[in-house]
Design a protein around this ligand. Structure first.
Ligand SMILES: CC(=O)CC(=O)SCCNC(=O)CCNC(=O)[C@H](O)C(C)(C)COP(=O)(O)OP(=O)(O)OC[C@H]1O[C@@H](n2cnc3c(N)ncnc32)[C@H](O)[C@@H]1OP(=O)(O)O
Ligand SMILES: NC(=O)C1=CN([C@@H]2O[C@H](COP(=O)(O)OP(=O)(O)OC[C@H]3O[C@@H](n4cnc5c(N)ncnc54)[C@H](OP(=O)(O)O)[C@@H]3O)[C@@H](O)[C@H]2O)C=CC1
Length: 283
């Protein structure tokens, strides 16, 4: 199936990054969000990234103008009616995502693929909210999207081979590396990464060391580019908590229990970098 036009739903940190890489790879892109403010912020971030690429001579001014010319914003979900692929990147919440997919199923053309950038939620369950479960798939980009090379592609129980192939081909077109993963909570990336981050939060909670020292241990001692608490702030503490809850509920194993300190920070609105405060303070 040929994909020309892509809608990205949710102009948060992931949605904006996905829209950027799609437009840079030649796709027509519609970035959709309910809030004008989120769209403005998303678009400004993309313009900043592209300006930096021009400065670093990775892109010409003309190419930047062309990329931005392929990128439109919209507040109407009905604009999905002209798209071949819709990539959903809204909050990590099953109720919200199934509602978005049920809506999209009514709007998107019959041939369109509906993909979710979910970090951990079952694709099979998201697909069941539609009448086209064979055309629903997980397309899990990593943060920051323009930099990270991986896309986990998650097959739901009913995802067709044709849908899988179209998304695998597109991932290569985006200059990313696809890895096929089966539909289990947290897939591969977050099943491994998030318990490590949760454990680092327990180390703060139990007073083993300061956040700075925990991050230093992991950066200098195990060569991680960011310490786990810096990374948690970067991902978003709300997203980290949702993922731990999905692992905990999905496997019913107490080893995945979210650290109470993580819950407390999220309740306080300390969501990490995006809210200005998490384990560290920003600005
Ligand atoms: C939660 C999930 O479901 C799944 C996930 O995504 S888990 C998170 C996965 N991501 C990670 O683990 C990221 C870990 N961190 C890193 O790899 C690095 O710290 C990093 C790439 C983010 C930054 O690298 P760095 O060397 O420390 O900093 P810096 O030199 O400023 O940046 C390196 C390059 O990345 C780019 N970059 C950094 N942050 C960026 C961002 N938010 N968006 C776009 N580009 C960014 C910079 O522009 C820079 O590119 P150039 O040198 O070509 O200009
Ligand atoms: N952060 C990360 O490192 C990664 C996240 N992901 C996944 O990507 C998705 C988005 O995460 P991220 O971009 O970080 O999150 P952000 O918080 O940056 O953005 C969340 C988006 O969800 C929208 N949203 C929030 N509540 C609702 C709602 N009730 N109905 C519809 N839309 C809503 C927001 O819209 P508005 O602005 O209008 O409020 C915003 O566009 C999640 O599923 C997450 O798990 C995947 C890989 C990495």
């Amino acid at each position: 199936m040929a994909i020309h036009k892509v809608m990205v739903i949710g102009a948060g940190q992931m949605g904006a990054g996905i829209a950027q890489v799609c437009a840079q790879s030649g796709y027509e892109v519609v970035l959709n969000d309910l809030s004008e403010e989120a769209l403005d912020k998303g678009l400004k971030g993309i313009e900043r990234q592209l300006a930096r690429s021009v400065e670093k001579e990775r892109m010409t001014e003309k190419e930047k103008t062309e990329v931005l010319g392929r990128l439109n914003t919209s507040r109407q979900r009905s604009d999905a009616e002209s798209c071949d692929l819709i990539i959903e990147a809204v909050v990590e919440n099953m109720e919200v995502k199934t509602k978005v997919f049920a809506d999209l199923d009514e709007i998107a053309p019959e041939h369109a693929i509906l993909a979710s950038n979910t970090s951990s939620l079952p694709i099979t369950e998201i697909a069941a909210a539609t009448k086209r479960p064979d055309q629903v798939i997980g397309m899990h980009f990593m943060n920051p999207v323009p930099v990270m090379k991986l896309v986990e592609i998650i097959r739901g129980l009913q995802t067709s081979d044709e849908t899988f192939k179209a998304i695998e081909d597109m991932t290569v077109q985006l200059s990313k590396t696809p890895v096929e993963v089966q539909d289990f909570p947290g897939f591969v990336s977050n099943r491994i990464l998030m318990p490590m981050i949760n454990e680092a939060i327990y180390a703060v909670y139990e007073g083993i060391a300061s956040p700075e020292d925990i991050d230093t241990v992991m950066k200098l001692g195990t060569n991680h580019p960011m310490g786990p608490l810096t990374l948690a702030d970067f991902i978003g503490l709300d997203t980290c908590l949702y993922i731990m809850e999905v692992l905990h509920d999905g496997f019913g194993d107490s080893k995945y229990r979210p650290c109470p300190l993580l819950r407390k920070y999220v309740k306080a609105g300390w969501l990490g970098r995006k809210s200005g405060r998490g384990f560290y303070q920003y600005e």
